[in-house]
Design a protein around this ligand. Structure first.
Ligand SMILES: Cc1cc2nc3c(=O)[nH]c(=O)nc-3n(C[C@H](O)[C@H](O)[C@H](O)COP(=O)(O)OP(=O)(O)OC[C@H]3O[C@@H](n4cnc5c(N)ncnc54)[C@H](O)[C@@H]3O)c2cc1C
Length: 316
């Protein structure tokens, strides 16, 4: 198979979820990656460690801000140009509309939220995660061309390859590709963005009040983590709404999610069950969150968290 992998960039580096997509693609066939925006050739070459032999870089300034239509046209053109039959990408707010558009442009079968390598014993069948991780679907992709979007944290990153060659790629864009124009993006500076974070420390109503968030912030700073919270906490204005995690808030997919004083209601779990490891700190041993946890500490957060922070400081 000839695979094109769309890689997303953050702060001049390749996102971890895109390295997972490359590693997935490399187990299916020869991988060329495509990236847009401001990133050095040295950084892009690192895609080779995860299995890409070549990276196409679209560096034109008008592609810097994540324009879905323009990216989809360029990716479709790149597939034609290298003769790729499959596009692999990470499921994300940018990846979702791009996968749908490219599938239509290419007449491809699309599978979203894929969690395993395909079964090719009888055609091409993939397993996908559905109902916010509560169930699986087995989906057969019948077209020769395929678009596969990968669930974050489902595929391990391989790092046994060599540096990839990096080539400039100039798509033949048209005005139609830029019907919607992002003119600027304003990110909250100095903070780790919750949807992108690899480590998250989250607090719930068990923390009693906003005045007690200092210990959550200190643990997060010590780890280099983003902070999150449960819905009631943001509803009560203890924390800003952009920190609210769950079904009706931000869905996170970090390597580590530490939940402190959160009961583990199903609506909260819906936002965290793509986390690789979940650590729960709760004084109630019957708290439902423990069922979803990889590690649990039954204890009073006001005793456990300061000790945990000190222990991490001591080894870092
Ligand atoms: C339609 C709908 C959508 C919703 N969407 C969301 C959503 O997106 N996100 C979300 O979070 N919720 C959502 N909810 C609310 C959800 O059902 C729960 O009510 C909410 O998650 C509970 O928040 P909590 O765990 O912080 O509080 P609580 O349920 O009050 O739990 C507090 C926990 O803290 C523990 N605790 C208390 N003191 C301590 C201590 N000193 N040390 C350690 N632990 C302690 C308690 O044992 C308890 O388990 C939604 C509800 C509905 C109906």
């Amino acid at each position: 198979m000839s695979i094109l992998v769309f890689i997303e960039i953050t702060e001049g580096t390749i996102k971890k979820s895109s390295l997972e997509a490359i590693s997935y693609g490399a187990q299916l066939g020869d991988v060329t990656a495509i990236a847009f925006g401001e990133i050095s050739v040295e950084e892009l070459a690192k895609a080779g460690l995860s299995g890409a032999s070549k990276v196409l870089h679209v560096s034109d300034e008008k592609y810097h801000l994540g324009n879905v239509q323009a990216y989809s046209s360029a990716i479709s053109e790149a597939m034609e140009s290298i003769g790729a039959d499959t596009l692999v990408l990470s499921k994300s707010s940018l990846g979702d509309p791009i996968s749908a558009r490219v599938a239509i442009k290419q007449g491809a079968s699309l599978a979203s939220n894929v969690i395993e390598l395909p079964d090719t014993s009888d055609g091409f069948t993939v397993k996908t995660s559905i109902y916010t991780g509560k169930a699986f679907a087995i989906t057969k992709l019948t077209e020769d061309k395929k678009v596969i979007s990968i669930k974050k944290n489902a595929i391990g990153i391989k790092e046994d390859g060599n540096a990839a060659t990096v080539e400039s790629f100039t798509p033949s864009s048209t005005d139609t590709d830029f019907k919607a124009k992002i003119t600027s993006q304003n990110k909250t500076t100095g903070e780790i963005l919750l949807p992108e974070a690899d480590l998250v420390v989250s607090g719930g109503r068990g923390l009693k009040g906003p005045e007690n968030w200092g210990m959550i912030e200190e643990l997060a700073t010590t780890l280099g983590a983003a902070t999150g919270c449960s819905k009631p906490v943001s509803d009560m204005d203890w924390r800003p709404h952009h920190e609210h995690v769950g079904q009706t808030g931000i869905k996170v997919a970090p390597s580590l999610y530490i939940a402190v004083g959160i009961s583990g209601a199903i609506q909260h779990l819906a936002g965290v069950n793509s986390s690789k490891y979940i650590v729960v700190v709760n004084k109630d041993p019957e708290a439902p969150f423990f069922k979803a946890a990889d590690y649990g500490i039954v204890g009073d957060a006001f005793e456990v968290i300061p000790k945990l922070t000190e222990a991490i400081k001591a080894i870092s």
